[in-house]
Design a protein around this ligand. Structure first.
Ligand code: GLA
Length: 590
């Protein structure tokens, strides 16, 4: 059996110095049929290790649930890393940040009364123990000492940026060891004295996260990790994008120089990201430093391997740098092929008021409930109440955005990002509906795990609105009777594809294409909503940008009768959508 250890100056693989040249690849952001391809391309760039987080809420979307099948099959992912002859580093949180919904922590746990987040508190620790009990056996049996690829496990994530509870870190270590993890344990923190001091423990091995000035940052790390090998736990070779901002890129020349400095110094590295992938469905997180800013659907990250798994100029340049320090295979991945281009007419339509009753169960309340109170942990929720002709306006706190309808007619939008809290009403009695979108749980900082939905009280000038019907919408997996109903609408009776799409509504169109080929969906003229391809919720689109195209992984597509469904919340110029030849992640800062 092989061994992996932390030596006086180096990591030791079978007692020999081993420079970890790792790349981050999150299995939860990549279609499972493409895991093998992405891992293979990591080895071709010269990487010897794959690093992945484990997103707790991806496996446990609701209390009591724990799924490790299909897209969630961590064991299979690690086995593919082993089959490629590579090592693995696993970072099972419990908190991961990663621009992921609530930083990976389950919303159902965060809303439990009395829970203490990321600290020694019994409700939280009991839940973590249960999570570890499910996930760590998958990792334990794949450790290097048992013939598997796993050489190290990380405890927490950049804890020094959040807290200073050493007892919490020690309890995590105790629980991890109790589950049979015997490989070295790492921590990572931003390359800053205060954070490095708080985020680790003397008995663990500290690593630092940074994206530039490698030599200086390694010197900072050395002050806190006086012995053993130095490692950049996350080398930020790109950055994430947020709605309404520019597309972030990191210059190849700078990345390459910083990587060269790192490797030349003998340090180990984990590229964050080697391949970013996609925030499918409702999985994206958000940031909030005074303004709530949700993360876009693409997690391309300007990484060496693009979102669609294609080598970039950065890939080739990094491969050259790595080749100075380690063996790099001769094989080079092929460049990106042109994706099939076609226009799809979405000529089946269902108005929101017809669709909503098919999309979830409704409960009645004598107060305004949060989404947590009705067990809706992500996505969209419909809130309805009665207003009178005397009501001028209603003041609401919305997390995070709401489209307002009065008897089915759009009457406005409220957005938390714009600090919008008051909706003017058109002096008409009727049913006020708010289609409330959870745009993603904050993944970094003190607002981690906030309550979502509408927050009480909702007031008009004269009263508190306290009678509500609330529907937890099932959009992640559209109910079959809903899709049947949408398919059964006839183009003649419902809409003409040349006419605009008005108000919230669902559209459906079918198309034939090249089976298994990656596609890029471009929704120019559409405003904001969700897209499904053959029943799979790709995620959110929004004219706020910067992203212009959504990546559609090839394995989702067959040759005939593919189904495209769009939920448009506002309106579109025409009911057509286009698949284009190449991705467009939007304008950059320059
Ligand atoms: C930190 C976190 C990561 C990620 C990056 C930014 O390093 O540890 O999870 O959020 O920032 O992409």
């Amino acid at each position: 059996m092989s061994t992996f250890a932390i030596g006086e100056t180096d990591f030791l693989l079978d007692d020999k110095p081993f420079q970890v040249i790792s790349g981050a690849l999150h299995y939860f952001r990549v279609h499972p049929d493409l895991w093998e391809d992405r891992i293979h391309k990591a080895r071709l760039m010269g990487l010897n290790t794959i690093e992945t987080y484990v997103a707790w809420n991806f496996h446990a979307p609701s209390p009591g649930a724990f799924d490790t099948t299909g897209r969630r099959d961590l064991g299979r992912f690690l086995d593919l890393v082993a089959a490629e002859g590579m090592q693995a580093i696993v970072r099972p949180g419990p908190y991961i940040c990663a621009e992921w919904d609530d930083g990976g922590l389950p919303a159902w746990l965060l809303t439990t009364p009395g829970v203490g987040v990321r600290r020694s508190e019994p409700i939280y620790l009991t839940a973590v123990a249960a999570f570890y009990g499910k996930v760590l056996p998958i990792v334990a049996e794949r450790q290097i000492g048992r013939g598997g690829p796993v050489i190290a496990v990380q405890v927490e994530n950049e804890y020094g940026a959040y807290g200073d509870d050493e007892d919490y870190l020690r309890e995590l270590v105790r629980m991890i060891r109790a589950e049979g993890i015997d490989v070295p344990l790492l921590t990572c923190d931003q390359a800053n004295d205060e954070m490095l001091a708080r985020g680790g423990l003397p008995e663990l091995h500290r690593t630092a996260t940074f994206g530039s000035r490698s030599t200086e940052r390694l010197a900072t790390l050395r002050r806190h990790q006086p012995t053993g090998p130095l490692m950049c736990g996350e080398f930020w070779n790109g950055w994430f994008d947020s709605w309404g901002q520019h597309h972030h890129t990191a210059p190849v020349e700078l990345n390459v120089d910083d990587l060269d400095d790192l490797l030349a110094s003998g340090a180990s590295v984990n590229l964050y990201m080697f391949h970013g992938g996609t925030n499918f469905g409702f999985s994206n997180g958000a940031n909030d430093k005074g303004v709530y800013v949700p993360i876009v659907t693409s997690y391309d990250y300007d990484a060496p391997l693009s979102e669609s798994g294609d080598p970039t100029a950065k890939y080739m340049a990094m491969r050259d740098v790595i080749g100075r320090y380690a063996p790099v295979p001769d094989e080079v991945p092929p460049p990106r092929a042109q994706a099939p281009t076609l226009a799809v007419r979405l000529d089946h339509a269902l108005a929101w008021c017809q669709a909503r009753p098919l999309l979830g169960t409704t409960s009645s309340h004598d107060h305004l409930p949060t989404t947590g109170e009705i067990g809706q942990w992500s996505g969209f929720t419909s809130y309805r109440t009665q207003i009178t002709a005397d009501d001028d306006a209603v003041a609401l706190e919305v997390r995070d955005r709401a489209v307002a309808l009065l008897d089915g007619q759009p009457v406005g939008t409220l957005s938390r990002s714009e600090h919008g809290g008051t909706l003017a009403l058109p002096h008409r009695a009727g049913t006020l509906e708010l289609i409330v979108e959870n745009q993603g749980g904050v993944s970094y900082g003190s607002r981690l795990g906030e309550t979502k939905g509408l927050l009480a009280p909702a007031r008009t000038a004269t009263r508190v609105l306290d009678a509500w019907n609330v529907t937890a919408l099932r959009l992640e997996d559209l109910p079959e009777d809903f899709t049947e109903r949408l398919r059964a609408t006839t183009p003649e009776s419902t809409c003409d594809e040349n006419r605009p799409v008005a108000g919230p509504s669902f559209r459906l169109g079918t198309f034939d294409t090249t089976a298994g080929a990656d596609h890029f969906l471009r929704l120019d003229g559409w405003t904001k909503g969700l897209v499904w391809v053959n029943g799979f919720l790709l995620g959110r689109y929004w004219s706020a940008g910067p992203t212009k195209t959504l990546y559609v992984p090839g394995p989702l597509l067959r040759s005939n009768g593919n189904e495209l469904i769009i939920l448009e919340l506002h309106g579109a110029a025409a009911a057509t959508a286009n698949f284009v030849a190449a991705p467009d992640l939007g304008h950059t800062e320059q």
